[in-house]
Design a protein around this ligand. Structure first.
Ligand SMILES: Cc1cc2nc3c(=O)[nH]c(=O)nc-3n(C[C@H](O)[C@H](O)[C@H](O)COP(=O)(O)O)c2cc1C
Length: 147
């Protein structure tokens, strides 16, 4: 199985979790590639969008911003071609220690965007950055998504 981990990250939180996920895939000898998407400062345009052709599995990794997935990740998902036949996991980071502070809503929004592209939403994980259990949550996210 070929996996693409697509990351949007502004202050490095989501990227750090995604990199650990990447290491977990590598440790299992699985074929995984990490792509970063970038945006302009206003978060209205995305650059460096990877093509997901040839990948069987995708991980969408993004922070929550304003109770929504970060806008550049939403734009990326709207702009890409079909996700037909691909399973898609979602990895979020958010500051608040509670999923109802935007995490749950962001999972729903991303799942809808995946379905709109004929992809199959699969596993999900949220790391709450301000939580005392952040490290535990990060480890659990990696177990849930990569093991
Ligand atoms: C503009 C903006 C809006 C945010 N909105 C939320 C929010 O609604 N809920 C939340 O829990 N965290 C919110 N955060 C915090 C980020 O989700 C959190 O710090 C995340 O881990 C940052 O990830 P990154 O370093 O990969 O960009 C917001 C951060 C920014 C910059």
């Amino acid at each position: 199985m070929k996996t693409a981990i697509v990351v949007y990250s502004e202050t490095g939180h989501t990227l750090s979790v995604a990199e650990r996920l990447m290491q977990a895939y590598k440790a299992k000898q699985e074929d995984a590639t990490l792509f970063r998407i970038e945006s302009n400062i206003h978060r209205t345009m995305v650059f460096h969008s990877p093509t997901l052709e040839g990948f069987d599995h995708v991980v969408i990794a993004t922070p929550v911003q304003g109770f929504m997935p970060a806008a550049p990740m939403g734009l990326f998902l709207e702009q890409i071609g079909t996700l037909k036949g691909k399973t898609v996991d979602i990895l979020l980071t958010q500051a608040a220690p509670w999923a109802f502070f935007g995490g749950t809503n962001s999972l729903k929004k991303i799942a809808l965007l995946i379905v709109a592209k004929a992809g199959l939403p699969s596993k999900t994980a949220i790391v709450h950055w301000m939580s005392k259990k952040r490290e535990q949550q990060t480890n659990q996210a990696i177990v849930d998504l990569a093991m």
